[in-house]
Design a protein around this ligand. Sequence first.
Ligand code: SAH
Length: 348
Amino acid sequence: MNNIYNFTRKQLEEKLVCMNEKPFRATQIFEWLYRKNVKSFDEMTNIKKETIDQLKKEFDINRLFIEKEQISKDGTRKYLFRLSDGNFVETVLMCHEYGLSVCVSTQVGCNMGCAFCASGLNKKQRNLEVFEMVLQIQMINDILNKENKRVSHVVVMGIGEPFDNYDNLLSFLRIINDAKGLEIGSRHITVSTCGIVPKIIEYSDFELQVNLAISLHFANDEKRSKYMKINNAYNISELMDSIKYYYSKTNRRITFEYILLKDINDSWEDAKQLIKLIKGINCYVNLIPMNSTINEFTRSTEEKMNTFYKMLINNKVNVTLRKEQGHDIDAACGQLRIKQMQGAVCKD
Ligand code: SAH
């Protein structure tokens, strides 16, 4: 049966019309699901019994199961959700001055194979369905409700490549942005991709003003191809062309993410190449301290990170050096899921 959280309001309206129901019921149902956070159709008290029975026949309303919750000293919380097929998905909640931000996963595992990333150590098992993405936020809202708080920001930067699960991503974005849905402002949402060029081009026509971030990490093809497989399919010049196209269509400033990896991409020369590459592009650069993972990469020294940062500042680049959160709870993508799976292997 189809999960009710899979549907955008428009899709639900169409479905209800097919069921001989009034389309406005979709708005009522959305309010119950996303505002009042009900767990069953029976709680939807302004809908008549016969319709409720019909809804129960058409849709299931199952949620995710919380397998594990970890709370960091800095307030970051990490959740491991179990899906109905036994797979696991990770979601992180970060507390910022400007609000509460959730980092959503889009796939079980990832096929992009970036060498420094824990998410890709396990190949993609499958795409997440829309409801499995929406509910990562809604399950956390459930917990936050008790503290009179709500998720205000979403970053699609968890496990998986969002543009490799494109159609579900768009429905997810429509639902969380909907004024009758989770009502998360489009400028409070950021989607991050490692650079699937045809999808960046397609995404330029998406109707919502959602932010786009590109995991660049390297400013020359030789290095990028060595550590990020995607660069063999779409090189830096093709990537930059697609970004310029995206900007020409949307007028939205892009964010480049750049993880600082010790002795790999943190030299003066690397900074110079980066400055040259992004010259003239309306962008932010987000420098990210490498999160320790279970592979051979380590983070740059404080000194190197600061020098890199200053060099960009001096060249008038809009840049931030991201503060790391949740270090004590394995908040880096993929780590918790990997531990759970290793645990499962050991137990067998
Ligand atoms: N596949 C998408 C979204 C998931 S990764 C993408 O590539 O953008 C989210 C971000 O975390 C990416 O910028 C990714 O490169 C970065 N990341 C991966 N491994 C990391 C690590 N060990 N430390 C810090 N950031 C990491």
